[in-house]
Design a protein around this ligand. Sequence first.
Ligand code: HEM
Length: 278
Amino acid sequence: MISSNPFADLSTVIPNYIMQGYVVAMFIMVIGGTILDMIHKRSAQYFFANSKKAKAAAVREVGAGAKASIAAKTVANEILTSGEFQNTRRRLSHLFTMYGFILFLVSTVNMIFSLPDAAASYMPMLWHLGALMVCFGGYWFWFFIRVDVSAEGNPWYRLVRADMFVVSLILTTTFALIWSALQSAGVAGWQTLAFIAFIASSTFLFSTVLWSKFAHMFFKPAAAYQKRVTKADGSRENLPEMADRTSAADRNRHSMELLKDAPLDMGKGISREAPRHY
Ligand code: HEM
C-alpha cells in the first residue's frame, strides 16, 4: 500500500486532465481566498500602516544587514521550527502537521502531474508518510493538546467555526489513507465512498480559506518578522522596555516599588502548574 501510487489506479476511472484540473482549481481557491481575506480584513493595509507607525516610533535605525539577519532568524525559528510555541507538545504537534502537510501536498502534485505513473518511486511513500504525520500531529492536538479540551474541560466533539481548518485538514489525510488502504485491498464499494469523503474534505479545506485559519501559514511569517523588527528598532509596539530588576534605576520606578526588596528569583509563578482548574 505504502509504495503504490493511488492516483495511478484512479486514472483508469478518472481522466488525468480532470485530476490535474482539480489541483489547479484548489490552488486558485487558496490564492483567491487569501487575497479576499486580505481585502476583507484589510490586513495588508493594517500591516503596512502598522509598520509605518513602528518606523516613526523607532529609536534606532535597522540597516539592511540587520534586517537580513532578522529575516534569517525568523525563517530558522518561527517558520522552520515553530519556535513561537512555548509549549513543547504543541510545538511538536505543529511540526508534525506542518511538515506532514507539505510532504502530502508536494507528493500529491508530483504524482498527479506525472501521470501516467512516471512519478519517482519514493513519491507514494512520501504521500503516505505525510498523511500519517498530519494525522498523528492533528489527532494529538485535537484530542489532548488544544486548550478547549486540555484546560477548559470541553468535550473533544464540540465543534466551533475556528475548527474548520484543523478538522478538514485531519479528515483529508485520514480519508486519503483509508482510500489508499481499501484500494490496495481491492475493496470496491467502500473504496469509492472513502474517495468521495477524501475529495469532499479536501475541497472544504481549500475552498474555505476566507473563513478558516488556513491563511495563517502565509500571514504568521510576516507577523513574526515584523515583531522582531519592532524589538530591534526599539518601537516595541508602543510597549515599555522589559524591567530589569538588577538595575537600580528600574527598581526605583514607581510600579517596581513593591518589588524593591523582593528576591531576584521569585520562582515559576503562574507557570508552576498547567491551568486545569476551570
Ligand atoms: C503547512 C503549513 C502549516 C500547517 C499545516 C499548519 C497547521 C496548523 C494547525 C493545525 C494549527 C492549529 C490550529 C487551531 O488552533 O485550530 C496551527 C496553529 C498555528 N500555527 Fe500553523 N501551520 C502551518 C504553517 C505555519 C507557519 C509557517 C507558522 C509560523 C511562521 C505557523 C504558526 C502557527 C501558530 C503561531 C499557531 C497558533 C495560532 C493560534 O492558536 O491561533 N504555522 N497551525
